[in-house]
Every structure is written in structure tokens, then in C-alpha cells.
Design a protein around this ligand. Structure first.
Ligand code: NAP
Length: 436
């Protein structure tokens, strides 16, 4: 959406956004935690961008399956992929994959009602959940799992997740990092936000590690993080509500359990000493991973599309692949905030526009008006901006004024809501056709 916004500042440009799901806005809808509604409010900006007369939405169509890259290029001067990093990095230890193990990013998608994760088995019947890795995603999941369900009921959390949380037996979420406190991957604002709403504690030995790191640390930002950690409570004190324990210096060796995960065996990082943390649910939270895009080169090590400032680069010739661009996590890897994507997209669009102005982009083979017919021929169930507005309105109405929205979590329900979109009057359809 940032790339579309940037492109639409150029006179005469049209932008068509394609998306596999019937709903737009990617991780803002399915990744940002439901109790972070102020962050989700960036969708208002996206809605405004989508109202630009040069902008069209093609939802519920899978690029790579329903439409190919080459077909899209026949209809456009350029195709820009902003597909993010939809997979997660997998921890390569014995026992991963046992029932009772999952990735934190899967759980985030389940919490947020992503239709592909509605049926994820999330077992909250044991007292302890263990999360491996301590980035912001781990903090998001730990916070949701220990929050008061009545407070979450006022958010747009998926109904199935809220029901599971109401039945939850979880009393402690342990977030285990392989390195020490100074190397914590979470950011300072997220740590402060967490300590404001949750009980967060440390073992005595981890308190000592924080003090040790603080004595050596010179970076002011890291010092600030460590200062916050020094003030955390002690894990030996009794708990009156579910809490989060941060643990350090633990390298995962194997998931324990036979038919189901019962915990994780760690080595104390850099030693032969072993330690076991029992848990009924084991989540790995070690980062997202990009997925290859059909017909484009892919760097398997970095899990990104090789590029130079957003221009896709052919690994063999080291030359740009004509008309192909990337922005966001598929361009630079899964790091940074939502806002990081604004400057990232601006760089790609700057290069795309320069290529156009230098005559390096081939004219599309088809007239602008042919796209709509072509897409509907391939994918009759494609949803446009009116269909999305009908889904959006229906979700907000389902929220009953008590929640920002009550999400549909099944594609069939989304399609049913989209079908209620009013058919625009003939003169509007004619005008839209002329504009194309
Ligand atoms: P992340 O920040 O990259 O953290 C990954 C964690 O996994 C680190 O603690 C890392 O430890 C650990 N790890 C990696 N490989 C491991 C292994 N083999 N064994 C054990 N631990 C391992 O990833 P993320 O939490 O998925 O976040 C992705 C991006 O989204 C980040 O930029 C994050 O800030 C952003 N995000 C932001 C927000 C927000 O602002 N509210 C919310 C969610 C996500 P090492 O450091 O030792 O490698």
C-alpha cells in the first residue's frame, strides 16, 4: 500500500493491487496483535490510498496459480511484489512437529483470524507455555496468552481464539533466549508496553545476568532495555494472575515428549550443562521466512528475492529482470516496523519510475480495459473494492459497537458478505470503464 501510494503521486499512473485472500492489508490485519488497535489504525491510511481513482483492488486471486507473472506483465509496465515473508523459520531440533508444538507466527495468525490458521490446534490445557526466541512476536504471543480475556473481548481478536483463552489453564509463559539479556531481540517500546500490562519476572540467576550485562554495556538503547529488565519482579514470588518469565542463555536441544510435547531440553549456552523446562505447548518464535515467487529468482540463504534497491536481479547475469520489482520483507528480510516499509517502498518506486522514464520498461501488450475481463475470466470469484467494503462493513456491524470488528475467519463467509455489495448503477460502471 505504501508503494501504491508512492506510485500514485505520479501523474497518469494506475495501480492494481492483487491479493490472495478476500481481505487486504496483510500483516496489519493478520499479524499485528489485536490489543494493538492503535497500530492497526494504519489501515485508515490504506483505505484513503485505495480511494484514489487510479487504484483498483483484485482480491481473492492467487498470483502464481490463477494468474502468472508473465500474464501480469502483459497487462502492466511493471509488477511489484510486496508479498512479505509468509513462512516461518523452523527450529531444527528433535521433537519439533510433535503435537503441542507450533510456531509463534502460526499462533499470531490464529489469534488474528487468518482463514488458513482457523483450525490450528492450540492446546492451552497445561499450566506452562514455552516460547523459544525473544523477539517482538514472542512478546505479542506471551502478552495475549496471559491477558485478561475480558479485555481482549473488546478487541478484534478471532472468536475461536477468545473462546480458547477463556478456557485456558495457562499460568506462566516462559520466553527462552539463547543469548544474554543485552542481546534481547525485542525492542524497548515493546518491552515497556509489555511490563505496563503484564506481570513479567526473572529468575535470580537471570537477574544476575542483567546486572552483569548492564555493567559492561555502552550502547544507550541497550542500556535502557537493561534498566527496564533490572526492575522486573522475582520469579520466586507468588503469582496472583498468569505471568511471563524471561529466561536467558538457553540453547534448545530437543523437544521432550513421546506422543505430545512435554517440554524442551536446553543446554546452558556455551556449556555442557543441561536444563529442562516442562511445558504443555512449545512455540518457536525465531523469525519469519520469505517464500520463492514463481518465475522470479530466489536467494535460499537470505530467503529474499535478490534485488538492487528493489529491482529484481537475475543471479546468472547479475542484470535487472525487466519490469520486476520487490518491496518490504521479500526485498530486505523480515525485520523492522510497519513504517520501515514506507521508505523501503519509496526506494523501489523511485527506481521503477526512473526505469520507466529511461525507456527500460516494455509497454504492456494489452489495453488497460482488457485486464478486468482477463482477471474475471480466470478467476470469476475475484473481489473488488466494493466487495471488500461489504466485508468490512459486515465485520464492523458484527462487532456491535463493543468491538472494532468481529472478523470472518472462513473464506466462504467473506465471499458471502462480499456478494452483498451493491451493484454500482450503470452510469458509474460506464465511467469506471472509461477511466480504465
Ligand atoms: P526477531 O526479532 O528476528 O527475533 C528472533 C529471535 O529468535 C531472536 O531472539 C533470535 O535469537 C532467536 N533465534 C533465531 N534462531 C534461533 C535458534 N536457532 N535457536 C534459538 N533462538 C533462535 O523475529 P520476530 O520476533 O519474528 O520479529 C520479526 C520482525 O517483526 C522484527 O523486526 C520485529 O521487531 C518485528 N515485529 C514488530 C512488532 C512490533 O513492533 N510490535 C511486533 C511483531 C514483530 P538471536 O538473536 O540469538 O539470533
Amino acid at each position: 500500500m505504501y508503494a501504491a501510494d508512492e506510485l500514485l503521486t505520479q501523474q497518469g499512473v494506475r495501480v492494481n493491487v492483487f491479493e490472495k485472500l478476500p481481505t487486504p492489508y496483510g500483516l496489519v490485519r493478520a499479524g499485528v496483535a489485536p490489543d494493538h488497535q492503535s497500530t492497526k489504525r494504519v489501515t485508515r491510511l490504506f483505505d484513503r490510498i485505495a480511494q484514489n481513482p487510479g487504484f483498483s483492488l483484485y482480491l481473492n486471486g492467487d498470483v502464481g496459480a490463477d494468474l502468472t507473472h508473465d500474464e501480469l506483465l502483459e497487462h502492466h509496465h511493471a509488477v511489484l511484489y510486496a508479498v512479505g515473508a509468509p513462512d516461518d523459520r523452523r527450529l531444527d531440533v528433535d521433537g519439533i512437529g510433535l503435537p503441542g508444538t507450533a510456531t509463534a507466527t502460526e499462533v499470531v495468525a490464529w489469534i488474528n483470524g487468518h482463514p488458513e490458521f482457523t483450525d490450528l490446534p492450540v492446546d492451552l490445557s497445561a499450566e506452562r507455555v514455552l516460547i523459544v526466541g525473544n523477539g517482538n512476536v514472542a512478546l505479542d504471543v506471551a502478552r495475549i496468552l496471559t491477558s485478561d480475556p475480558d479485555a481482549l473481548a473488546r478487541t478484534d481478536i478471532a472468536d475461536h481464539a477468545l473462546a480458547a483463552l477463556r478456557d485456558s489453564q495457562v499460568q506462566e509463559v516462559v520466553i527462552a533466549a539463547r543469548r544474554g539479556p543485552a542481546a534481547s531481540a525485542f525492542t524497548l517500546p515493546e518491552l515497556i508496553g509489555l511490563t505496563a500490562v503484564c506481570d513479567v519476572v526473572l529468575d535470580v540467576a537471570d537477574h544476575d545476568l542483567v546486572i552483569r550485562d548492564l555493567a559492561d554495556e555502552t550502547d544507550p538503547l541497550t542500556r535502557n532495555k537493561l534498566e527496564v529488565l533490572t526492575k522486573l519482579g522475582d520469579a520466586t514470588s507468588s503469582a496472583s494472575r498468569p505471568r511471563i518469565r524471561l529466561a536467558y542463555g538457553l540453547t534448545p536441544q530437543r523437544v521432550l515428549g513421546d506422543k505430545k510435547a512435554t517440554g524442551v531440553e536446553f543446554s546452558v549456552t556455551g556449556t555442557d550443562e543441561h536444563r529442562t523446562i516442562p511445558a504443555g505447548l512449545v512455540l518457536t518464535s525465531i523469525g519469519y521466512r520469505g517464500k520463492p515467487i514463481r518465475n522470479l529468482p530466489f536467494d535460499e540463504v537470505r530467503a529474499v528475492v535478490p534485488n538492487d534497491g528493489g529491482r529484481v536481479i537475475d543471479a546468472g547475469t547479475s542484470r535487472p529482470v525487466c519490469g520486476s520489482y520487490v518491496a518490504g520483507w521479500i526485498k530486505r528480510g523480515p525485520t523492522g516496523f510497519i513504517g520501515t516499509n514506507k521508505s523501503c517502498a519509496a526506494q523501489t518506486v523511485h527506481n521503477l519510475v526512473a526505469d520507466y522514464n529511461d525507456g527500460r520498461l516494455a509497454d504492456p501488450a494489452h489495453k488497460v480495459a482488457a485486464l478486468e475481463r482477463f482477471v474475471r475470466g480466470r478467476r470469476p470469484a475475484v473481489i473488488d473494492a466494493d466487495g471488500w467494503k461489504a466485508i468490512d462493513d459486515a465485520e464492523v456491524a458484527r462487532g456491535g459497537g463493543l468491538r472494532p470488528r468481529a472478523k470472518f475467519t472462513r473464506v466462504a463467509d467473506m465471499l458471502e458478505a462480499a456478494a452483498t455489495a451493491p451493484v454500482p448503477p450503470v452510469h458509474k460502471r460506464l465511467l469506471a470503464g472509461l477511466r480504465r
